[in-house]
Design a protein around this ligand. Structure first.
Ligand SMILES: NC(=O)c1ccc[n+]([C@@H]2O[C@H](COP(=O)([O-])OP(=O)(O)OC[C@H]3O[C@@H](n4cnc5c(N)ncnc54)[C@H](O)[C@@H]3O)[C@@H](O)[C@H]2O)c1
Length: 339
């Protein structure tokens, strides 16, 4: 008898992290259905080379989501879809509440209906994986790191919308027994990130000869995690994680924003020197700080290491170098250069 491959519903699979997860899950023998609204942040090009089913649609559309569960028996929902950019959430929180909170509840409700009707075997193995963020924990001072038990203290509208979604996930797990897991990761980097986020934004600005605007004094610290390491963590949570648990995935590489931008400038000086002979760093400017800007994020991944065998493997220097090369070669960057 031919064993069918377990099916995953991956929301936001055309986005930055979701698309890398689709690649990994298909490599690992899963069948993947991607549900993605293709907002400005999503593109089918990101998953064009990986076989998958694609459904263009909104996670807030209960009828659409219900139809997907009626058509397929999903082994798990891996929920990446979100509005994900802090600056946009400061300018307009409404869409963040709609997608991140209402959308998550819609997915949970339809997952629950399907889960209750499923076979005992599937009921046991089903997982709803909520891809959350370290930003729900708020901001750290110069010392210490977030762990799974850190209290929720979100500061931006984005972080608050993710925190609200996480609490609804928790409620579905505790109240109805839906087997949910919540993962928190630090700042991801790698190919395919939309150029509004720090690393691709700086690369693109440098290539376009624009100022490299760094918030405040550039001292805000982030813990950088390569996107493929994050996706390995999510896969481990799916395969080995316990319902009700939270897992924190960090990259173990803390750097402040100014250091990151300077590093990018050095890499660009090597591979794409400026035509006027100046160093790329000459374009760095300090700009008015982001409202409510969290000072520092840092993740202690030891629980995920112990429980799941999680390890961040990509070395930051080689990961960043390859990321810069990817953007230099990508069509997206070239188109932006021409405009
Ligand atoms: N990028 C990071 O560093 C980071 C860090 C921590 C947590 N996260 C979380 O990881 C997840 C993925 O982040 P990302 O950086 O890949 O985001 P992204 O913005 O690159 O991609 C989001 C994807 O979701 C889709 N989407 C948005 N609204 C939708 C809707 N209503 N219905 C269906 N699809 C919709 C978009 O089209 C896009 O493909 C998010 O939940 C985010 O909160 C990201």
């Amino acid at each position: 008898m031919v064993q069918s491959r377990p099916k995953l519903l991956v929301t936001g699979g055309a986005g930055f992290i979701g698309s890398h997860f689709v690649d990994l899950a298909v490599q690992q023998g899963y069948d993947v259905t991607v549900l993605d609204a293709l907002t400005y942040a999503g593109s089918r090009t990101n998953i064009a080379s990986t076989p998958h089913q694609f459904v263009e649609g909104d996670i807030c559309d209960a009828g659409l989501v219900k139809g997907l569960f009626e058509k397929d028996s999903f082994h798990a929902v891996i929920h990446f879809a979100a509005e994900s950019h802090v600056d946009r959430s400061i300018l307009g929180p409404g869409e963040f509440i709609r997608t991140n909170v209402q959308g998550t509840q819609t997915l949970l409700e339809q997952s629950l209906i399907a889960w209750r009707k499923s076979s005992p075997v599937l009921r046991e193995s089903f997982r709803f994986i909520q891809i959350s963020t370290d930003e729900v924990f708020g901001s750290l001072g110069p010392e210490g790191s977030f762990t799974e038990t850190h209290p929720y203290q979100p500061n931006s509208p984005y972080a608050a919308s993710k925190a609200a979604a996480d609490l609804i996930v928790r409620a579905y797990c505790k109240t109805y027994g839906l087997p949910c897991i919540i993962t928190h990761c630090s700042n991801n980097y790698g190919p395919r990130q939309f150029p509004e986020k720090l690393i691709p934004h700086m690369i693109q600005s440098a290539l376009l000869n624009r100022p490299l605007g760094v918030y405040g004094k550039g001292t805000n610290v982030r813990d950088w995690l390569h996107v493929t390491d994050h996706c390995q963590g999510v896969l481990l949570a799916l395969e080995k994680g316990k319902p009700g648990a939270h897992y924190c995935f960090g990259g173990g590489k803390e750097m402040n924003n100014l250091e990151i931008v300077q590093l990018l400038c050095h890499l660009l000086d090597e591979s794409r020197p400026r035509s006027d002979g100046q160093k790329h760093e000459s374009k760095i400017q300090f700009v008015e700080d982001r409202l409510g800007h969290d000072f520092r994020y840092s993740i202690d991944s030891s629980f995920a290491q112990k429980e799941l065998g999680y390890r961040a493997k990509v070395r930051f220097d080689s990961g960043l170098k390859e990321t810069v090369q990817w953007y230099l070669q990508s069509k997206q960057t070239q188109e932006a250069e021409i405009k």
